[in-house]
Design a protein around this ligand. Structure first.
Ligand code: ADP
Length: 496
């Protein structure tokens, strides 16, 4: 199989899709000659096949990264030069926004407008971390006369990064930005469902002028290439975004191999809480964004909606009316809000949860069925009267399915809101500042929104309490995941 393929997109964009593994600054075939198919979730057809990384390719990529970390140009660059490279990459993302976002919509199925936002946010993230590159400082610490002590924040080394399919380019940037700003080198594995946009972005790495081997991008299957990366004895750190199930496997792999440092951004079942005094129209808009944005394929999705009892019936009626206006369909159509789910596997899982909800006796307010006959489209679905024991209230569905229940007061909602092993996000809608502060103080979640939802910002840390993760992404906090502190203690005579 060749290393590129011409692809024509529904919006008229034609481009040359790279298909190889991006290792040491070049696109190459996998050593075992394996490939896998990439499907278009809108029509279920094969778009193309890409070269697949096996354990041997992971090893080659890790060696290339190690060589770039220890020799060549990279370790000699000034921090400000690393920052300039990231800013150049951000510029190239912006210059190529139409191409990158079109590829994203083709491969992932997300509406083109969402893909454009993802690319813009990815560029913003790369630029933000470019800005941090020359601002990572240690401290001088006085302990006693006749000594001089200081700390340095050094890069960890070769970072394995495993990303999911729900925001392929954005997760690419969230991972690469802080790793590169702090002077590490990277082997990043994309999700097998969505490898295409990352390979187009890999071309931009060369155009930006990164030395070969600093950023390597491989397409591969989780239990093969992902496992090889997380078990590798010469990978110093692994950063993962995906399911809690796989997160546990990664942590075990780190424990069983070289105790590489691990950061995990995992699942969620986030409560979105609407108090009776909230601006109901606005709360409905945010509840829509909370659960139906990105087709419900967000780890922080507000999938448990709790409404205070006095406004419950009104909320359900109005919410239903609002959701009817969400346009489901072709991601390349200008009006589309919700495209297909990413894959047949996800489609089947979500439909399984919907059937469960019906069997368990929750009320289907709207939706509950497949949309159309081709592609992995699902009607936006709202279940009301959902009780705490129901599967749809407890498990992460990762699709356009909202479960609504009512609550009485603050004490009850704090208990119910926290009654999950997850702790990624939560939201409160109220006009009362005391309620907002008390509830957000008592909720066990890494991000708490008040009168909004899904408002991620590059400057604000994001990550999970409890089983939703380890470490933080974004903001200054992410830099700590990619540096290790070295203490230097100099005896100027004070220690004898
Ligand atoms: P989902 O269930 O939503 O597809 P996963 O957690 O399975 O999410 O996948 C997220 C990422 O983890 C993907 O890049 C996938 O290839 C990778 N992955 C899956 N299984 C493993 C594994 N056993 N070891 C390492 N990575 C894996």
């Amino acid at each position: 199989m060749s290393l590129t393929q011409q692809i024509s997109l529904p919006n008229g964009v034609k481009y040359e899709q790279p298909l190889g593994l991006f290792i040491n600054g070049e696109f190459v075939k996998g050593v075992e000659g394996k490939t896998f198919e990439v499907h278009n979730p809108s029509d279920e057809k094969v778009i193309c096949s890409v070269h697949e990384a096996t354990e041997k390719d992971v090893d080659i990529a890790v060696k290339a990264a190690r060589a770039a970390f220890t020799g060549g140009e990279w370790p000699k660059l000034k921090p400000s030069q690393r920052g300039q490279l990231l800013c150049k990459l951000a510029d190239l993302f912006e210059e190529n926004v139409t191409k990158l976002s079109s590829v994203e919509s083709l491969d992932n199925g997300k509406a083109l407008a969402l893909s454009r936002t993802d690319v813009t946010m990815a560029a913003g993230c790369l630029r933000y971390y470019g800005g941090w590159a020359d601002k990572i400082h240690g401290k001088v610490v006085d302990t006693q006369p006749g000594t001089f002590n200081y700390t340095k924040h050094e890069p960890i080394g070769v970072c394995g990064q495993i990303i999911p399919w729900n925001f392929p380019l954005l997760m690419w940037a969230w991972k690469i930005g802080p790793a590169i700003a702090t002077g590490n080198v990277v082997v990043l594995k994309t999700a097998e469902q969505t490898p295409l946009s990352a390979l187009v972005a890999a071309e931009l790495i060369n155009e930006a002028g990164f030395p070969p081997g600093v950023i390597n991008i491989i397409s591969g299957i989780g239990r093969v290439a992902g496992a090889a990366l997380s078990n590798h004895m010469d990978v110093d750190k692994i950063a993962f975004t995906g399911s809690t199930l796989v997160g546990r496997t990664i942590l075990r792999a780190a424990a069983d191999s070289n105790l590489k440092k691990v950061t995990l951004e995992l699942g969620g079942k986030s409560p979105n809480i609407v108090f009776a005094d909230a601006d109901i129209e606005k709360a409905i808009e945010w509840a829509n964004i909370g659960i139906f944005f990105n087709h419900g394929q967000c780890c922080c999705a507000g999938s448990r909606i709790y409404v205070q009892e006095s406004i419950y019936d009104t909320f359900v009626e109005k919410f239903k009316e609002r959701i009817r206006k969400n346009v489901v369909g072709d991601p390349f159509h200008g009006d589309t809000f919700q495209g297909p789910q990413v894959s047949k596997l996800q489609f089947d899982r979500i439909m399984g949860y919907i059937e469960h909800g019906k069997e368990e006796g929750a009320v289907v307010e709207i939706g509950g069925k497949r949309f159309g006959d081709v592609g992995y489209f699902i009607e936006p679905t709202i279940f009301s009267n959902v009780t705490p024991d129901m599967k749809i209230m407890n498990e992460e569905i990762f699709g356009p399915v909202a479960s609504i229940a009512k609550f009485k007061d603050i004490d009850e909602i704090v208990e119910v809101g926290n009654a999950t092993n997850y702790g990624l996000a939560a939201a409160v809608h109220t006009k009362d500042l005391n309620t907002a502060i008390e509830v957000t103080n008592r909720l066990k979640a890494g991000t708490c929104w008040v009168n909004c939802y899904n408002m991620l910002n590059t400057a604000l840390p994001f990550g999970g309490f409890k089983e939703s993760g380890v470490g933080r992404e974004l903001g200054k906090a992410a830099l700590a995941n990619y540096t290790q502190v070295k203490t230097v203690q100099i005896n100027l005579g004070g220690l004898g």
